[in-house]
Design a protein around this ligand. Structure first.
Ligand code: COA
Length: 260
């Protein structure tokens, strides 16, 4: 199957899934998110692939949610369903049987940071910057990704990143445990292939059962805790502070929040 915004390249036991909207920094509109979900689900019937590497084409891994996408006006009922797409995509990546690796260069922001946290491993290049800017747009982090971040870097660091919307560099991310490896930009592809080959040589049945067990242990409460993050996002979108965040962004001034 071919996709419009995602390239899938398979060689031996390794598949590369490349987000391919470099002209908009691989921003995540509904079309590419639907395709990522479809690609993730396609590995269920793929007997040969043992490792899947997620990459971004061009300068950045992904600038996150496509801020320029204008959807058709929808009822709240349908907005709620549409807003659930990000969570469906992340859950599809988490559910991939094969070992997953994110090879990250440049910016990985918002949803662009959520995809790597849904993978088993993350390799970053020395030009990497990772952050969750949602709070500075007046909204919460959703897509079931908050606990994925907390588990990687711990609660205090996650609070800093998600509550301040701070952007962290590769050295910090490696020290915090967000990254498993930090390499020079020109070595990113080779480093991700080396890691992929190590897992591809392992017995796939045992490896995939171990992965599922570890995910089951560490993600056990996520559905119960996070099933309403989409609704929280919709709620925050109706707030005055959300409007103030967007107005201040476009006016290039500091926002003044009231709590309404
Ligand atoms: N959605 C849509 N378009 C985006 C985008 C996004 N999330 N992020 C960047 N772009 C667009 C820019 O508007 C710009 O378009 P233009 O050439 O038509 O003006 C183009 O991509 C290049 O962006 P630019 O900022 O010039 O590139 P850069 O390499 O200097 O910086 C980023 C790249 C990703 C670090 C920076 O664009 C950024 O911080 N983007 C916002 C990220 C964000 O807030 N995401 C939302 C997550 S909830």
């Amino acid at each position: 199957m071919t996709y419009q915004h995602v390239l899938v390249e398979k060689q031996g036991h390794i598949a590369r899934v490349i987000l391919n909207r470099p002209e908009v920094m691989n921003a995540l509109n509904s079309e590419i998110m639907t395709e990522i979900e479809q690609v993730a689900n396609s590995f269920l019937s793929d007997e040969k692939t043992r490792v899947v590497i997620f990459e971004g084409a061009g300068k950045h891994f992904s600038a996150g949610a496509d801020l320029k996408q204008k959807g058709e006006p929808q009822s709240l009922l349908m907005r709620r369903r549409s807003a659930g797409l990000g969570a469906r995509m992340i859950k599809a990546i988490l559910a991939i049987n094969q070992v997953t690796i994110a090879a990250i260069q440049g910016a990985a922001l918002g949803g662009g940071a959520c995809i790597p946290t849904a993978c088993d491993f993350r390799i970053g290049s020395d030009d990497i910057t990772v952050g969750y800017p949602e709070v500075n747009l007046g909204i919460n982090l959703m897509w079931r990704s908050l606990p994925l971040c907390v588990r990687l870097i711990g609660p205090a660091r996650a609070k800093k990143m998600i509550m301040l919307g701070s952007r962290e560099n590769g050295t910090t991310l490696l020290q915090w445990g967000f990254l498993d490896e930090l390499v020079a930009r020109q070595d990113l592809s080779a480093a991700s292939m080396t890691m992929a080959q190590a897992y591809a040589q392992q017995p796939p049945i045992a490896v995939q059962m171990i992965k599922q067990s570890i995910n089951a242990v560490s993600n056990a409460l996520d559905d119960a805790l996070m099933h309403m993050d989409t609704d929280q996002n919709l709620l925050s979108q109706f707030s005055d502070d959300r409007r103030e965040a967007i107005d201040a962004y476009f006016d290039k001034r500091d926002p003044v929040y009231t709590g309404d």
